[in-house]
Ligand binder design. Structure first.
Ligand code: SF4
Length: 400
């Protein structure tokens, strides 16, 4: 039986490499042309070429999202772009445009996937899409596992489902809140997350927010780690993490947790959810729920009250960019304040997080007591060895 694919997002080439190194089997990205995430740092064709070579070298895959809505005048550019992607040997194109699929099928021949933007929730819709020779459908996040199982049983097409990340209060992308309130178009990747803003709630002109509590119309993020065995048994082909704008720290933590859970499942090991949650906690900064997966969506899945939603700010200290084995010095790209003498955690692909003490800290070859300026590179000396893309974290180790 084919193993399920762990699919991660990447906003740029560097994060794509990190996602694959931390255990994603495939990565989805947006090109500079025709991508939905207009604010994500999207990939040029040169980047896509390099990304595909990097991924294929590791026997992994790259899918490109093309979710823009085409006007007549976009047709020529779309065709050129599809041809360029074919030349880069991308493994699939994710789109909600049936016209783009037609264009591709007539003239180019890339593998095409139906995007979650089409909110596919039933097998009839998939049967309809099959005439377009699509090879995969990304289901809407609003399907339960029972429904997913029924769908996979009745279709030869691969099914991809979301397992982690942001949920829409509306069916994905079918919401005008952001457009109306900020002129930022959710259907073109510009969503300002207006549903997550802090609101006062009135009933008959009487304010009913409790003191120091704000109302939101938002959902909690999805976390499906407990449902991984059920989703694999349901015949899902690909498990997708949401968020092409997410940080290195988030990607490293969330991918590590799901990678370990999936590998433990196939190795028939006892699943250690406490450990998986701990791994995720280094990167997750929103409250999570099970979304629609067990069919019952309760107020518990919503985020009606916004107070202490965000955690972890300042915990992501830096990312390792190089290691000098001879002198035992690691180059760290700084994200938050680092202090000599403090204890930190090293998060490494496929390893248990490990604590270490920062023995010495250098900026431009001079010893310093602390350093704060983000994106600059410092050197650290510790008893640990490091590899590029290891993450330095400020949280205390809870795992035994
Ligand atoms: S504002 Fe909220 S509900 Fe609307 S598209 Fe954005 S995330 Fe979805």
């Amino acid at each position: 039986m084919k193993r399920v694919e762990l699919l991660a997002p990447a906003g740029d080439l560097d994060r794509l490499k990190l996602a694959l190194i931390y255990g994603a089997d495939a990565v989805y990205i947006g090109g500079k042309e025709m991508s939905l995430r207009s604010h994500a740092s999207n990939f040029t064709l040169e980047d896509i070429d390099e990304a595909v070579k990097f991924a294929h070298n590791l026997n992994k895959k790259v899918y490109v999202t093309c979710n823009m809505i085409m006007h007549n005048e976009d047709k020529k550019q779309a065709l050129e772009y599809l041809r360029a992607l074919k030349k880069c040997q991308v493994d699939g194109i994710i789109t909600s445009s049936l016209d783009l699929i037609n264009l591709n099928n007539k003239f180019v021949g890339n593998e095409m996937h139906i995007s979650t933007q089409l909110s596919t929730l039933n097998e009839e819709a998939i049967k309809y899409y099959q005439q377009f020779k699509i090879t995969r459908v990304v289901l809407g996040r609003e399907c339960s596992i029972k429904e997913i199982k029924e769908i996979t049983a009745h279709t030869p097409v691969e099914i991809e489902v979301f397992i982690h990340g942001g949920m829409c209060s509306s069916y994905s992308g079918k919401c005008m809140l952001s457009n109306v309130m900020t002129l930022r178009d959710a259907n073109r990747g510009g969503c300002a997350h207006s549903c997550r803003w802090k609101y006062f709630l009135y009933n008959d002109q009487r304010k009913i927010n409790k003191k120091n509590e704000y109302f939101a119309m938002s959902s909690k993020d999805l976390c499906a780690i407990r449902y991984i065995p059920a989703l694999i048994k349901a015949g899902v082909a690909s498990l997708k993490i949401e968020g092409r704008m997410k940080s290195y720290n988030y990607l490293a933590s969330i991918i590590s947790a799901y990678r370990k859970c999936i590998d433990d499942y196939y190795a028939k090991k006892k699943l250690n959810f406490k450990y998986y949650y701990e791994l995720m906690s280094y990167g997750e900064n929103r409250l999570t729920g099970h979304g629609f997966l067990n069919g019952e969506v309760t107020p518990n899945e919503q985020l009606f009250v916004l107070n202490d939603e965000f955690k972890n700010a300042g915990d992501f200290i830096g990312i390792v960019r190089g290691y000098d084995d001879k002198n035992g010095l690691a180059d760290i790209e700084i994200k938050n304040k680092i202090v000599q003498g403090e204890e930190y955690l090293k998060i490494s692909p496929g390893q248990k997080p490990k604590k270490f003490k920062l023995l010495a800290l250098y900026f431009e070859k001079k010893a310093v007591g602390s350093y704060t300026i983000a994106k600059n590179i410092v050197q650290i000396k510790t008893h640990e060895r490091f590899k590029p893309y290891d993450i330095i974290h400020a949280r205390k180790l809870k795992i035994n």
